[in-house]
Design a protein around this ligand. Structure first.
Ligand code: ATP
Ligand code: MG
Length: 204
């Protein structure tokens, strides 16, 4: 290997990276608050629930304890449920009766939302859960199946170190306002619109 002297471009790059590193280090040093964060993953694009389950995997990898409540949907044959149920440290609840257009029963859906919310509320009061995922919770608020106030208050009063992830389209503004991180996933393109059916391992 020849030891070529660094070119002007290489020297310029190194200087620029030194300056960049100093800026990044300073910015990292400023973010020194340790707390349970609330995340809202919303929007019409694909990836909301899968993002939440990615965080479940991360948390479990660190030995944290996780609670998952899945609202609206009733299917219990998903890959995520099969996989995470094999893990210690996860409590998993499927609390929905199915899509609103399948049940066609608003009062039944509301009763089921209220029963489901009680499970979630218990988790939000239990500091043994380091991470709580409330998958598709947004609909229970945007459709007025649950009263906003008690839900927002339970989220606000959760243990200080507990992380909570809320997913679903059309998150109400109050949820986004109280969250620390909000991601709005945009639908640029989805296989389904080209006639490709939901794929095992990708979509469920
Ligand atoms: P995923 O669970 O794949 O992360 P998601 O949570 O972002 O999706 P949901 O509204 O919960 O989205 O929908 C779940 C199912 O609908 C998945 O099979 C997903 O691939 C599909 N889906 C999500 N977004 C779209 C879209 N824009 N068009 C068509 N199908 C979609
Ligand atoms: Mg989802």
């Amino acid at each position: 290997m020849t030891n070529k002297p660094p070119s002007k471009q290489d020297q310029y790059h190194q200087k620029r990276m030194q300056r960049k590193k100093a800026q990044i280090d300073a910015s990292i040093a400023k973010a020194d608050i340790e707390k349970g964060v609330m995340l809202v993953v919303t929007g019409n694009g694909k990836g909301k629930s899968t993002s939440a389950f990615g965080m479940v995997a991360r948390a479990l990898g660190h030995g944290l304890r996780v609670g998952v409540c899945q609202f609206i949907k009733s299917r219990t044959d998903t890959g995520e449920e099969a996989f995470f149920r094999q893990q210690e440290n996860v409590e998993w609840h499927v609390l929905g009766d199915g899509f609103t257009w399948d049940t066609q029963d608003r009062q039944g859906d509301i009763d089921s939302a209220k029963r489901g919310w009680q499970v979630a509320e218990t988790m939000l009061q239990d500091s043994r859960f380091d991470l709580v995922v409330l998958d598709e919770l947004t609909y229970l608020l945007s459709l007025d199946y649950l009263d906003k106030e008690p839900v927002l208050s339970a989220l606000a009063k959760r243990p200080a170190q507990q992380h909570v992830v809320v997913t679903g389209r059309s998150a109400i503004v109050e949820l986004k306002d109280m969250a620390d991180t909000v991601s709005d996933i945009r639908d640029e393109k989805h296989a389904y619109t080209s006639g490709i059916k939901a794929q095992q391992g990708v979509d469920w």
